[in-house]
Design a protein around this ligand. Sequence first.
Ligand code: TRP
Ligand code: SF4
Length: 400
Amino acid sequence: MYPDRVVSGMRPTGALHLGHYHGALKNWIRMQTEMPCLFFVADWHALTTNYDDPSLIEASTWDMLIDWLAAGVDPSEATLFIQSRVPEHAELHLLLSMATPLGWLERVPTYKDQIEKLSHKDLTTYGFLGYPLLMAADVLIYRATQVPVGEDQVPHVEITREIARRFNHLYGKEKGFEEKAQDAVKKLGSKRAKMYNQLRTEFQQHGKEDALEQAKAMLDDAQSLSMIDRERLFGYLEGSRKLILVEPQARLTESSRLPGLDGQKMSKSYGNSIALREDKESVTRKIRTMPTDPARVRRTDPGDPEKCPVWQLHLVYSNSATKEWVVKGCTSAGIGCLECKQPVIDAVLKEQEPMRERAQQYLDDPSLVRAIVADGCDKARKLAQETMRDVREAMGLSYN
Ligand code: TRP
Ligand code: SF4
């Protein structure tokens, strides 16, 4: 009923690294050519964990936007904006909060995890508990059908779906819908009406999908029904009539995950990252000093690529001929580690070359980025306002 649309956000954490590129941005860049995409800086989300130090938001936001553009996110294809400049997100978050059971939020797996992990911070706040709901609002306000996210964010897309379903269930009915639907059931004739009610109960109370299918097939055959009654009965089967909010799908990022310089997950806080636009000398130095298979102490010792973080980078950056050369040379001590690293250095520098070039114009003239974002915020706001009109009406708030 609603067309495909992609929404995704990223917290402004400062300059991005190559892990972000391989983990998320490459995916965005592919999707922007396939369907309408909205990508935003989740600055309010940054405050859910960093409310005590908002000083980095501003610089991080602009750095991150330049990184997106440098990586190839194309403002003529995708809409780029900043969350806090589309205040409708906050209104939807508030309205959704009215009908969101606390238990749903408390049970989100990341909730207790993060509180424990970030124990140096007090995260027993209202904002932090509500963070998945804010994310739900970010997605639902654009009626997004697809949300590209990493593994860790999948439970948030799941709760977004549940919230959409609950909203449609609570507010998607027309006035007097229940009565009108029951009148329509009667028009089926007593035998079919009885069957309809049975199948509906089986589906609604016991989740039996085949009962739903059977009932739909029966409605398809019921010639005597008017279009509107038929539509009502379809809606009544699933409990709601109008789909005001759309249940989105999580689109998992492909697993070309780039490990850090030490083989662990790449992260700025682990000190094992290469920034997206890091200068050449620094990239070269970092890779040249990367640890290798610890068993390869001397040049004459054979090594095992499986025990070497450099090999992990070859897996992402090298073709099969190079990989064969590595395996052979490493296990026979035929090549030295510096030699082995050179193709990786070359590949990383080559990947970054166009990024540095694209970034330069935005660094030279920051007003370009401001203009892109202003335009994106306008576009996003128009879409958000359309949804909010329907939401307000459904929730009984569009009176004079
Ligand atoms: N929660 C995401 C993160 O921390 C960022 C985010 C906020 C997001 N809103 C979103 C991602 C909506 C996808 C869709 O990484
Ligand atoms: Fe690692 Fe390459 Fe050295 Fe083998 S030769 S240990 S794969 S860097």
